[in-house]
Design a protein around this ligand. Structure first.
Ligand SMILES: C[S@@+](CC[C@H](N)C(=O)[O-])C[C@H]1O[C@@H](n2cnc3c(N)ncnc32)[C@H](O)[C@@H]1O
Length: 283
């Protein structure tokens, strides 16, 4: 019986030494790798940014599960149908840039549009047009995509609220001149609109828009206004997708949780998306 055998003292000592050596070696390895990563990160900040972004996404995921009122997209009928049919959609991950949707978000956006097949799309927040092209390449050829962003001349914009975040968005992000779809061969389906989403007249689109993508100013007042307009614009079987539903955009997070008190909103794992599907039969 093994339990009856007493281990000799020198064997016991060897075992402790090996154990110590094993953990000490791993600790030194971990320290050396961490220092190398830190030094590498000092010279390549974008790598650190991507790493931190991954961590933030994980924390956001946890936060949504624990504190958020939204449901997991996996519980929806749309999710089952998309995954059951093994749908392949078009997405481009290499042109992802600072301020655009992340690679997995581009893929999810592509899958949603390709499945929902909207005939009219409205995007608030064009930026470089990266997400706009995902809308275009995954919708049918006859789909019309309206995309709104601030005008090039920002001097005409009078902010309706003076939250820091609203100012930061307007100052830092407006690279409208270099839009991806300007070099795309066929941009007939894309209609560029310019204006401040809080003062823009959305009434011509009321009840006629099958898919809305909200990704413009992230302050609470702006997201609230964009959402109120989107709820008027969305068609009976349409959908609204919000970007930046995470704790680093508290305005978006608060607003989505409020909307989720009366409407069924889903969060999509591994993304910062929140989704509303207007048709009961689809959820
Ligand atoms: C995060 S970027 C959009 C990124 C884009 N959806 C993508 O993934 O490729 C936000 C855009 O919203 C625009 N924006 C900010 N405030 C706005 C407002 N009040 N009205 C319209 N557009 C606004 C900014 O100029 C910027 O181009």
């Amino acid at each position: 019986m093994v339990s009856g055998i007493k281990m000799r003292p020198h064997l016991k000592l060897t075992r402790y030494f090996l154990k110590f050596y094993y953990y000490a070696f791993r600790f030194v390895l971990f320290t050396v790798i961490s220092i190398r990563v830190l030094l590498y990160g000092l010279f390549h900040p974008s790598v650190i940014f991507n790493f931190l972004f991954g961590v933030v996404t994980e924390i956001a995921e946890f936060h949504k599960r624990c504190g958020g009122r939204v449901k997991n997209f996996k519980e929806s009928k749309v999710y089952s149908e998309i995954t059951d049919t093994l749908r392949f959609s078009q997405s481009n991950c290499l042109n992802v840039g600072f301020g655009t949707v992340r690679p997995i978000e581009a893929q999810v956006l592509a899958s949603l549009v390709s499945y929902l097949n909207p005939k009219t799309i409205f995007e608030i927040g064009t930026y470089t047009g990266f997400s706009t092209l995902h809308l275009k390449y995954n919708a049918s050829p006859e789909t019309v995509i309206y995309t709104l962003d601030l005008p090039k001349d920002k001097s005409s914009i009078v902010l309706r609220n003076d939250l820091n975040e609203a100012h930061r968005d307007i100052k830092n992000i407006n690279l409208n001149e270099q839009r991806h779809f300007h070099i795309d061969n066929d941009r007939k389906a894309i209609v560029e609109l310019f204006g401040d989403s809080r003062t823009f007249d959305f009434s011509p689109y009321y009840g006629k828009t099958d898919f809305l993508f909200i990704d413009a100013n992230h302050s609470y007042a702006y997201v609230k206004s964009d959402t109120e307009n989107a709820l008027k614009m969305v068609s009976a079987h349409g959908a609204i997708l919000w970007h930046d539903y995470d704790f680093i955009h508290p305005g978006v997070f608060r607003l989505i949780n409020e909307v989720a008190q009366n409407k069924k909103i889903f969060y999509i794992e591994r993304t910062r998306y929140a989704l509303l599907i207007n048709s009961e039969s689809q959820i």
